[in-house]
Each structure stands twice: as structure tokens, then as C-alpha cells.
Design a protein around this ligand. Structure first.
Ligand SMILES: *Cc1c(COP(=O)(O)O)cnc(C)c1O
Length: 462
């Protein structure tokens, strides 16, 4: 066929757009995206023809366009199955919300709401009212404020109350929390001046009083998050710090600010875990302000909760940063519903984080064995083994909960877990000692069937 133009074998954009096979793509992605993808494909085809390739008539343009669009516009934020056994997994969205919290989000976001409207007075209200009564009752604090996350909470407190002044921090608590959130940097950014007190392993009450000067605004206590010191270590309790600062003569005592990180409203020691500091205990011990996260052990939406003395909270609300750090109505709705579960005394049965922490080892074993048996029926060999789940979220470092793991042994484990990540929905699990491990503690009970299907499909392909 010498003389014929090889580029003539390519269809036009117009022909392709009008072909029936493209209709579903046009519906889901829109014309602009589909046209752009087709142009890209045609461009590549012309280059290949220029390099001497002969273009096949049977080339499936719709399929290639779909693949390209799927790759470029893939949803990156997807629900998935957490088989890792890390309950508050920061990379996997931290706390799953309770059913009541999810319903509240849907209800409040569907239409208009009383976000900043007082229904009793018929005029402008404040978004700071919401969840306030619940938080005061649950923590015993005079007042509270809710911001975007606990990092914002600490930053706002320091910027509003300590800027230009000195803040005392024990050297053992000058930590990096993760994601580059370093306490010394946060202090500097807020305009406060850090005064390091004591030593890395030991700080005594008198170290604080010795360090207090005319410029001292506050003592900041920081939960060391997922870092633990052992051995020759001591640090004053919150109550000791409050008491010793009150002994300084001729001076209003510096504020005591307690960053609890996760914090908790329920006693973790009832589940065989170390006691994680409780918010109500910090308030009772005399902290002026306490900050904690909404989506760690509280089990609610991402938020930072500041509780403490009313005049201080009022100053925070009036600070210019308050507006920049405020939360959305969906967060407030989810938080309110989560707190109501605590108030009703049903947190353990309604809030997923606590359902997982309090799951019975016997029930976990039965689920893992059930998965194993269903995989066996499908011709996939697996086993179960005793293992350990962790709480995560910077709480309870080194603490574990006993569990039963599903174990799968395959020659190409990396390929298997990669395909599980690619599955819809994706399944995330651990690899340890040449075994794939799936922990039932963090797999929601309603996800059991989906998980088993994913393992069977993925396992069969290998
Ligand atoms: C997690 C944590 C924070 C940050 O909380 P976010 O809600 O993630 O912003 C701050 N301080 C401590 C001690 C923490 O553990």
C-alpha cells in the first residue's frame, strides 16, 4: 500500500466522541475530560506511527480512554478496611464515627441549621454554644471551645495567652508528635518564649518555681504522645505543679496548660491498659486549660477541644485566630452526637473506638476462625494465631490488647498485599515473619463479608 498515508488509519476526535462505547465515559467524566484524554491517546498514536508502527484497526479506543481517565481521575479518598489492628490509625482516618454521629452529620448538612442562630431569642447566636453544655458536664470544666484539631488548640492558647511571654516546659516533654509537629517550633510560632526546665529524664517541682520570673505566663505540660521514658525518670504530677506554683509569694501563679494529646473520658485501665490521662482529672487537679483531640480516644470527628476557666476561654474566643481555626457544622454535629453517647453511658456500645477497645477476646477469636473456615471452603489456606492490637493515635505507647489474627502464607506476599490495596474497597493489613496478618479488632463487624470476599478474590488471582 505504498503511497497511502499511515496517519489516515487513525479516527478523528469527533468520530470517537460520537461512538457508542464512549457514552458511559461522557456521562461520568464529562465531555471536556473525555476529549482531552482522546487527544492525548491520538497524539501518542501519531508518535508511534512516526516511529514506523502500523496502527491496528481493532484498537479499542473506548477501553484505553477509560483506563486513562480512571488512572488520572481516580478517587484518592476512599473508604477501606483496616486490618492492621491499630485502632486509632492516623494514616487511615483515625476514629470511625458512631452511627448516631454519622446520622447527625447527614441531617445537619442536608439543609440550613441553627449554627449561628439563637432559636430562643430569634437572632444571631454563636457557634461556640454547641456541645458546650455536654462538654462542661462531662469534664467538670467552667467553659470550653472547639477548634479544628488539637494542634490548633495548643497554638491558639499559646498565641492568645502567652505571646511575648515565657512558657515553662519540662525538658522531658519537648517532643515531636509526628507530622513534624514539634513543641519548641509551635511555641516560637505563637510568639511565646520557651524556657526549658529540669533535665531530659528528671524534672522536680522546685525546677518550675526556680524558673518562674516576671515574664512567665504559663507552665505547659505536654503528653509525650507515642514516646515513653523508662528507668531513672521523674516528672511532677499536674496537681504537684499546680500546688508548687501557688506557693510563689507576691505573684499571681502562672497558668497551667495541660496538652493531653488524646485524653480520654473513660478509664482505660478497665481494659487492662495503662491509665491514659483523663480530661476530668486534669480539670479537677487544677489545670487552667486542658486541650485534647476529638478523633483520638474520644472517638469523634477531627477537632481540638479546649476546656478550662471561663475568662480564659472568653479571651480565646475573641482572638483573631479563633475565626481561622473554627470548625464546620458537620464537625459540631458529629461531636455533639458522640458526646451524647458518653452522657447516656453508652459510649462502649455506640462509639467504634470503644467497641474495638472493649471487644471480647473470645469474639475476636471466633471471627478470625470464621474467616479462616470460609477461606478454606474457597480453597485458600490460612490459619489463626495469637497476636496483639494497639490503640495508636499517640495514646498508650507500648500498650497492647490480646487478639487472634488471621494468618495467610503465600510465596508472593508483597504482590498479595499490593492487590489487596488495589481492591475495591482496599484492604490494609500487616506483614510479619512472612505472613499476612489481618486483625479482626479493627475490621468493622459489618465488613466481615466484604473482607472475606476480597481475600478470596485476591488470593485466587495468585
Ligand atoms: C495528637 C497530639 C496532638 C495533635 O492533635 P491533633 O488533633 O492531631 O492536631 C498534640 N499533642 C499531643 C500530645 C498529641 O498526642
Amino acid at each position: 500500500m505504498s503511497g497511502s498515508n499511515p496517519y489516515r488509519s487513525l479516527p478523528s476526535v469527533d468520530q470517537l466522541i460520537r461512538s457508542e462505547a464512549m457514552t458511559p465515559l461522557l456521562e461520568s467524566y464529562g465531555k471536556a475530560e473525555v476529549v482531552e484524554s482522546i487527544r492525548g491517546l491520538l497524539e501518542e498514536a501519531r508518535i508511534e506511527i512516526g516511529n514506523g508502527r502500523v496502527w491496528s484497526e481493532s484498537f479499542d479506543w473506548a477501553k484505553e480512554t477509560a483506563a486513562r481517565l480512571g488512572h488520572e481521575l481516580a478517587d484518592t479518598l476512599l473508604p477501606l478496611i483496616n486490618g492492621t489492628g491499630v485502632i486509632i490509625h492516623t494514616n487511615l482516618g483515625r476514629a470511625p464515627l458512631s452511627r448516631k454521629a454519622r446520622t447527625a452529620v447527614v441531617e445537619i448538612s442536608r439543609g440550613y441549621s441553627s449554627l449561628e442562630y439563637s432559636l430562643s431569642e430569634g437572632k444571631r447566636g454563636s457557634r461556640h454554644e454547641h456541645a458546650g453544655a455536654l462538654i462542661r458536664r462531662l469534664t467538670g470544666a467552667e467553659d470550653c471551645m472547639i477548634v479544628n484539631n488539637n494542634a490548633s488548640a495548643i497554638f491558639l492558647v499559646l498565641a492568645a495567652l502567652c505571646s511575648g511571654s515565657e512558657v515553662l516546659v519540662s525538658r522531658g516533654e519537648l517532643v515531636e508528635i509526628g507530622g513534624g509537629f514539634r513543641i519548641p517550633d509551635v511555641l516560637r510560632q505563637s510568639g511565646a518564649r520557651l524556657v526549658e526546665v529540669g533535665t531530659t529524664n528528671r524534672t522536680h517541682p522546685h525546677d518550675f518555681t526556680d524558673a518562674v520570673g516576671p515574664e512567665t505566663a504559663a507552665l505547659l505540660r505536654i503528653h509525650p504522645s507515642n514516646f515513653r521514658q523508662i528507668g531513672f525518670v521523674t516528672t511532677p504530677t499536674l496537681a504537684e505543679s499546680v500546688a508548687v506554683l501557688r506557693t510563689i509569694p507576691d505573684r499571681v501563679p502562672p497558668l497551667v496548660i495541660d496538652d493531653l494529646g488524646s485524653g480520654t473520658l473513660l478509664d482505660t485501665s478497665q481494659f487492662g491498659l495503662a491509665p491514659e490521662p483523663m480530661v476530668q482529672s486534669s480539670v479537677e487537679a487544677g489545670a487552667d486549660l486542658v486541650t485534647f483531640s476529638g478523633d483520638k480516644l474520644l472517638g469523634g470527628p477531627q477537632a481540638g477541644i479546649i476546656v478550662g476557666r471561663a475568662p480564659l476561654i472568653e479571651r480565646l474566643r475573641r482572638h483573631p485566630l479563633a475565626r481561622a481555626l473554627r470548625v464546620d457544622k458537620m464537625t459540631l454535629a458529629a461531636l455533639d452526637a458522640t458526646l451524647r453517647s458518653y452522657r447516656r453511658g453508652s459510649a462502649l456500645t455506640e462509639i467504634p473506638v470503644w467497641q474495638m477497645i472493649s471487644a471480647q477476646t473470645e469474639a475476636l477469636r471466633r471471627r478470625a476462625e470464621g474467616w479462616r473456615d470460609r477461606l478454606a471452603d474457597a480453597g485458600i489456606e490460612s490459619g489463626t494465631a495469637k497476636g496483639e492490637s494497639t490503640v495508636g493515635g499517640g495514646s498508650l505507647p507500648g500498650e497492647t490488647l490480646p487478639t487472634t489474627l488471621l494468618t495467610i502464607k503465600l510465596s508472593n506476599l508483597d504482590e498479595f498485599v499490593a492487590r489487596l490495596r488495589d481492591h475495591s474497597p482496599p484492604v490494609i493489613c500487616r506483614i510479619q515473619n512472612d505472613l499476612v496478618l489481618v486483625d479482626p479488632r479493627t475490621v468493622l463487624v459489618e465488613q466481615d463479608d466484604t473482607l472475606v470476599d476480597a481475600l478470596i478474590q485476591t488470593g485466587h488471582g495468585l
